[in-house]
Ligand binder design. Sequence first.
Ligand SMILES: O=P(O)(O)OC[C@H]1O[C@H](OP(=O)(O)OP(=O)(O)O)[C@H](O)[C@@H]1O
Ligand code: HPA
Length: 183
Amino acid sequence: MLNRLIASLESCPMVRRGEYNYFIHPITDGVPLLEPSLLREVACAMVCVMDLQGVDKIVTAEAMGIHIGTALSMITDIPLNIMRKRQYSLPGEVAVDQSTGYSNGRLYLNGIEKGDRVVVIDDVISTGGTLKAVIAALERAGAEVVDICVVIRRGDPDVGRPVRTLVGIEVDEKGVHVVDTFR
Ligand SMILES: O=P(O)(O)OC[C@H]1O[C@H](OP(=O)(O)OP(=O)(O)O)[C@H](O)[C@@H]1O
Ligand code: HPA
């Protein structure tokens, strides 16, 4: 079921970002080209593994959760909420710090109401810094996070909650190796 995702990961290029081996892949970067068949494979697999019963909103983080969140939203008819790197200063906006293996920034949550049942999705989890920030913002807004699903898990990060992943990978100087599926 994940043939396209696995084959494209095992042949994707990698660059150094400081000390970090950064793999470049259509799902995580939109580079060189995101084929509809790959996006469809990923979105359909996410719909299969997630518990979407009674979910009010799909939440993702700018930028590389957006195409996946959009595909999921169109399949399920559940609205999409995007945590932005831009501040809007609307009433109730929640700001959180985000750190990854190669960057630090701030994410802003708007449009979530107390008691909303949400699922969180993203393209990749590596240090877990981004997901921790997203979960913290949702908790501050009073949402109930009912499921979390990420396409690619790099290593074994811990965000204090179960995270479903479609594939697990290891990255070394030779490139990307897929080590598990549907965890
Ligand atoms: O587990 P982590 O170490 O936090 O890494 C994962 C995050 O890194 C990337 O986002 P990034 O902040 O690079 O922004 P982008 O989506 O705009 O590329 C990716 O889209 C994830 O959200
Ligand atoms: O190695 C990576 N590649 C693409 N996106 C990422 N987000 C965190 N790590 C990575």
